[in-house]
Design a protein around this ligand. Structure first.
Ligand SMILES: [Ca+2]
Ligand SMILES: [Ca+2]
Length: 324
């Protein structure tokens, strides 16, 4: 592979390899729901000088918009390259040059200079302005030593647009490789992807087990887990609907609903009384009326007994509502 770098005078854009990429079109305007976390994929290499500008600009964006941007540096053609990263690079259009940064899989910027921050900011802001009806959460639990099980929960808002999605989970190591502030969230491993199909109001949890290699495990504070839901395709411009990044220490996914929320609408109030009566008297009918609503939500006193005729939970339920 050719490894040359040069600056294109006139537009003053530093490039490695060849060519200038195109800007993909934004896709879709689903109804509003969650705040968007923008995925920024930075294809880079340690021998690429303009990639320093790209990394520094993304470093600044991440500092200024915490939780709203997930930066993933994917090394291509150097010692930190993994096959998944190379395939990912090749899956996007115009993948001839680095630095090559994709925002949410639809906006591309090839090349960088010390002012590239402003172009990144514009693309990031454009993506932030596109509403999304998808949420992504990541939970993690230690199995033993450096082996963890991660759960990615993807939900489609009630009133959202039904859509197939491909769910990704990768792990990265921040401030790696050592040697500069421009090295952020270096891709180390990608879990097998999974295609899901959600209806409005539905959630699905994808579970993957990963073992940290010694370099990552020796600096857990720098471990980053990233997940995102994207248009399911193997190549081309394809929109990321939502992304998420979490840091050490990892926590299990919080429950979607609290005990007492017997209609699973996210709040506990008097509207839950009739569902609770149905729950106690005809549990099968309750499950039919509220599909996907976990039966444990009826265990108001948390004694492990719940379901049909668990009348011991009535007084705690009344107390719960009285305390609202
Ligand atoms: Ca409720
Ligand atoms: Ca109970």
């Amino acid at each position: 592979m050719l490894r040359s770098c040069f600056a294109r005078r006139g537009i003053d854009t530093g490039l490695c390899l060849l060519l200038v990429g195109t800007i993909g079109a934004g896709l879709g305007t689903p109804p509003a729901a969650a705040q968007r976390c923008v995925l920024a994929e930075d294809f880079t290499a340690i021998w690429c000088i303009p990639c320093i500008d790209a990394g520094l600009a993304l470093d600044q964006l991440e500092a200024e918009y915490p939780g709203q941007i997930a930066v993933l540096q994917i090394h291509v053609s150097d010692a930190h390259t993994i096959p998944w990263g190379t395939a990912r690079f090749n899956s996007y259009p115009d993948h001839a040059s680095i630095p090559d940064v994709w925002f949410d899989g639809v906006l591309q910027k090839v090349g960088a200079n010390p002012q590239v921050y402003w172009e990144y900011l514009e693309m990031f802001s454009e993506r932030q302005s596109v509403p999304t009806d998808v949420t992504v959460e990541i939970g993690g639990e230690q199995v033993s030593g450096p082996t963890f099980t991660f759960q990615v929960r993807v939900c489609l808002a009630p009133g959202g647009v039904p859509k197939p999605m491909r769910v990704y989970l990768v792990r990265a190591l921040d401030h790696y490789p050592a040697g500069g502030a421009h090295y952020r969230n270096c891709l180390r491993q990608a879990a097998p992807e999974e295609d899901i199909d959600l209806a409005p109001g539905q959630c699905q949890v994808i579970e993957r087990t990963m073992t940290f290699e010694s370099t990552s495990w020796s600096q857990p504070n720098n471990i980053r887990m990233l997940a995102w839901a994207q248009v399911p395709a193997d190549s081309g411009v394809r929109e990321v609907y939502q992304a998420r990044m979490i840091s050490w220490p990892f926590e299990p996914l919080p429950p979607l609903y609290d005990a007492g929320d017997l209609n699973c609408d996210g709040t506990i109030d008097f509207v839950d009384i009739n569902p609770f009566v149905l729950y106690l008297t005809n549990n099968a009918a309750w499950q039919t009326e509220f599909p996907g609503c976990p039966p444990e939500l009826g265990d108001i006193n948390g004694d492990g007994t719940y379901g049909q005729a668990s009348f011991g939970d009535i007084n705690p339920f009344v107390a719960l509502l009285a305390g609202m």
